[in-house]
Structure formats: structure tokens, C-alpha cells
Design a protein around this ligand. Structure first.
Ligand code: SF4
Length: 341
């Protein structure tokens, strides 16, 4: 992301002298800087216009006081029984039409938490709670793990932390091709670089501002060659004209260039939204065809009709199974939530 894209930075007075605050501010010499007491006074303001803000978001630098690492929702995982997630920032430089962040936050501004070390303490505490288990941590839940790396440096920081915990697993989920921290260090065996993929034609319509699928696959292949473990995330699965042909081409195309031994896991999950979130996102983008597709309300979620969901799930699982063992294929169905990363 170009640093000229930010022209307003709010910072909490409490962290005004924090080394990361100072180094981030130094990257935006011409930005307007505004001290605030707590980030919520800007971020949680009522009646903000998400769509207008998204075109010119401000950056908010803050301290995270609690909830640094949280339990992942049920049905979300890649093989461990203990799953947690953390977010060093809220919001994303990309603008995927199905993204649950649009319905979650009132603001499109970016919040970056600068107190990385407090995340480290929580991670250490959780790992020590489960000495006999592999604990998996997901980064990139309320943001993209790498897209703002040139500003935050979080991935470079957290990867080094996980070197100390070889029994644990870290997943960095991303659509970014800014992979400098990865290509400039020795791969870490217990870190999975997970890329979200969908057929190019669907991505062009829905993954606004993201690198194309073709460019993502090129980067995955470079990372795999370097020795990084790769996660492939087909989540959410999107229904549409010729979906079977498109997904078959995509899956076969990926496995042609990524050696099987580099693949840590493949996960997939159907498109679904909690009811209230679907209503909020639909209000933002009433003209979006994605929301007028074959969706229905099922209990507290809005999802594709059950037979469509079943057909897509079956088809993708069978296609994956041609290339990789069943033991590394995971279906994610976090309760009521489409993981859109
Ligand atoms: S789905 Fe992921 S990459 Fe897309 S806008 Fe949301 S957080 Fe960013």
C-alpha cells in the first residue's frame, strides 16, 4: 500500500512516545496527526459512512488493553483441538464484497495496535496452558495479515515469536503479495502461509483492490519453493454460472504449480452470514448480485440453499482429494459466519 494513501492519523496520547508509534508516524511525514484519548471515540462513532470512509480511511494508532488472543469460533480449524485468533489491527486495505468486517465495524478506518509485546505474553500464556497439545493461532481475522506489513511490521515480529514455540502452529492468512518479511527470512516450519482463493472471474467481481488470483498463485509458488508451508483457503465458496468448471480449473491449476509436500492444509467453507450482518452488508451494497443469488435464511444465518451448499461442498472435496490426502482437507463452518479472508 502506498503511504500517500493515508492523510489523517489519530494516535492515542498514551502511546504517543511508543517506538512503533514514532516509526509509523515517521513514514507519513505529510499526514495530519491528531491526538485522542481512546481509539473508540473515533472508531465507534455512530452514523459513520462506511462506504465513503473506505475510499480514504484514516489510520488510528492505539493500545490494545484486553482480548489480545481469543478462542476461535467452533467449526474453525486445521486439525488442532485448541484454536485461537488474534488481530493486530481492525479493518483491511482490501474491499471484498462478502467481507464480514463491513457489517462488524461502524468505521472503515484502520486501527493498528502498537503494543505487540502484549500479544506475545498472551500467546505464551495460552501455549503454557496446553503443554501436551498443538495449539493453533490464526492471524488475519479482523484484517489481512500482510497487506499493511510495510507500515506495521507485525508479521515480521510475530513470526520470530513462533520460532520459540515449535509445537504450536501459526497461520498467517492473506491475499497480499507483499511477502518481503517471508522471503527475507528462513522459513519457520510451524508457520503456515494461507492464501484465500476463488476462480479469477469471481475474484474480479468480488475481491476489490486485491491482487489477482494469478498473482497470488505465483507468490504461493515462490514461497513454497523457498520452503514455507502453504495453506489453501477456498473460503467462501461462491456459487454462480459454471461454478463447477471454474472451481475445477482453479483447483487443478493450483496443484499443478504447488508441490504436494508444500501444502500444509486445504480448507473450504460455504458462503454464509449471520442474519444481522447480511442485512447490514446488503444495506451498504443493495445492487450487489452476490446478495440476490440463491440465498436463504436458515435459522440465524443467511446462506446458499442447503442443496447448493451440499453440492458445492461435495464437488470441492472430491476435487481436492484427487491431489491431497483427506487428512489435510478441512471444512470450516464457523457458526453463522463466513470467513472471508
Ligand atoms: S475478506 Fe479479507 S482480504 Fe477481503 S476485505 Fe475482508 S479482511 Fe480484507
Amino acid at each position: 500500500m502506498g503511504e500517500d494513501l493515508i492523510n489523517t492519523i489519530y494516535f492515542e496520547e498514551d502511546i504517543s512516545e511508543h517506538p512503533r508509534t514514532l516509526s509509523i508516524l515517521a513514514k507519513f511525514k505529510t499526514a495530519r496527526t491528531i491526538p485522542i484519548k481512546r481509539f473508540g471515540e473515533v472508531f465507534n462513532l455512530r452514523n459513520q459512512n462506511f462506504r465513503i470512509q473506505k475510499s480514504k480511511p484514516a489510520l488510528i494508532l492505539a493500545r490494545k488493553h484486553s482480548g489480545h488472543v481469543l478462542q476461535a469460533p467452533g467449526g474453525f480449524g486445521i486439525g488442532s483441538t485448541e484454536n485461537f485468533y488474534f488481530s493486530h489491527m481492525y479493518n483491511c486495505v482490501y474491499d471484498c464484497r462478502y467481507c464480514f468486517l463491513q457489517g462488524m465495524f461502524a468505521s472503515a478506518n484502520y486501527v493498528v495496535f502498537v503494543n505487540f509485546e502484549d500479544f506475545d505474553i498472551q500467546i505464551d500464556r495460552i501455549i503454557n496452558q496446553y503443554p501436551k497439545k498443538t495449539v493453533t493461532f490464526f492471524s488475519g481475522y479482523d484484517c489481512d495479515s500482510l497487506a499493511l506489513e510495510n507500515i506495521t511490521g507485525f508479521a515480521a515480529h510475530i513470526l520470530q515469536v513462533f520460532r520459540r514455540y515449535p509445537k504450536s502452529l501459526l497461520e498467517l492468512r492473506t491475499k497480499s503479495i507483499q511477502v518481503k518479511p517471508l522471503t527475507s527470512m528462513e522459513p519457520i516450519p510451524n508457520c503456515v502461509i494461507a492464501y484465500s482463493l476463488m476462480p479469477e472471474v469471481m475474484s474480479i467481481a468480488l475481491d476489490n483492490k486485491t491482487p489477482s488470483i494469478e498473482r497470488r498463485i505465483k507468490i504461493i509458488s515462490i514461497l513454497a519453493r523457498q520452503g514455507w508451508k502453504i495453506g489453501l483457503r477456498f473460503d467462501p465458496l461462491i456459487h454462480g454460472k459454471d461454478w463447477q468448471v471454474l472451481y475445477k480449473e482453479l483447483i487443478e491449476g493450483v496443484f499443478k504449480v504447488i508441490p504436494q509436500e508444500s501444502i500444509h492444509s486445504v480448507s473450504f467453507g460455504p458462503l454464509r452470514f449471520p442474519k444481522a450482518m447480511h442485512r447490514d452488508i446488503f444495506r451498504l451494497y443493495p445492487e450487489e448480485p452476490l446478495f440476490s443469488g440463491p440465498l436463504e435464511q436458515r435459522g440465524s444465518i443467511v446462506a446458499y440453499r442447503q442443496e447448493i451448499e451440499n453440492e458445492m461442498t461435495r464437488f470441492c472435496r472430491q476435487t481436492f482429494a484427487k491431489f491431497i490426502p483427506d487428512s489435510i482437507i478441512f471444512q470450516c463452518t464457523p457458526e453463522g459466519q463466513s470467513v472471508g479472508l
